[in-house]
Design a protein around this ligand. Sequence first.
Ligand code: DGI
Ligand code: FE
Ligand code: FE
Length: 190
Amino acid sequence: MIKKLTKAMEKCQDPKRFQHTLGVEFTSAALAMKYDVPVKTAQIAGLLHDCAKCLPPEKTLSLCEKNHIPVTDVERRNPFLLHGRVGSFLAKTEYQVEDPDILNAISYHTTGRPGMSTLEKIVFIADYIEPSRKQEKIENLPEVRKLAFEDLDKTLLKILSDTLQYLQERGGEIDPMTKKTYEYYVKEVR
Ligand code: DGI
Ligand code: FE
Ligand code: FE
């Protein structure tokens, strides 16, 4: 399964994206060891989390339309926000993934959601801290990497708060789900 999926990702992603994919697989596996999640499950989720990332926006939207995948207004204006949900659809239909926890981890890896499972948190965090993420682009990356192996919820909150701040500064449109996830984990961590 893992070998086949790795080959499939190498084929559909450009080399940089594929390197990121391998980094998320590896980091998800390491976090799974720390937090008692089956390692193979985490590897599969990590490998597939961006399987829809290389589709052009029109293709993403048409796949949603054809397959009755709901699209919000914010998502219609920012179709890249859909690569999680579309990725989860492809994982199920193209790559025969049935585990709902893996499918959710793929669906929510960009915005998170309130009440995430341990696997969902792992993939969300691995996506942000994997080895090929550039330190110059992310403030405090070494600290976030260390924190990830100490406390998942605190790490989640740190990433969400930095992401919201980044979006505010850059004028990026904030998906209500990112905000909801942030508010949920503020309460959870307190
Ligand atoms: O697909 P990746 O680049 O590996 O990572 P990702 O799926 O987590 O996407 C990261 C980008 O998503 C990052 O630039 C921040 C952005 N993002 C997260 N939440 C929101 C968002 N962008 C917008 N516009 N709105 C959000 O709520
Ligand atoms: Fe992504
Ligand atoms: Fe990613």
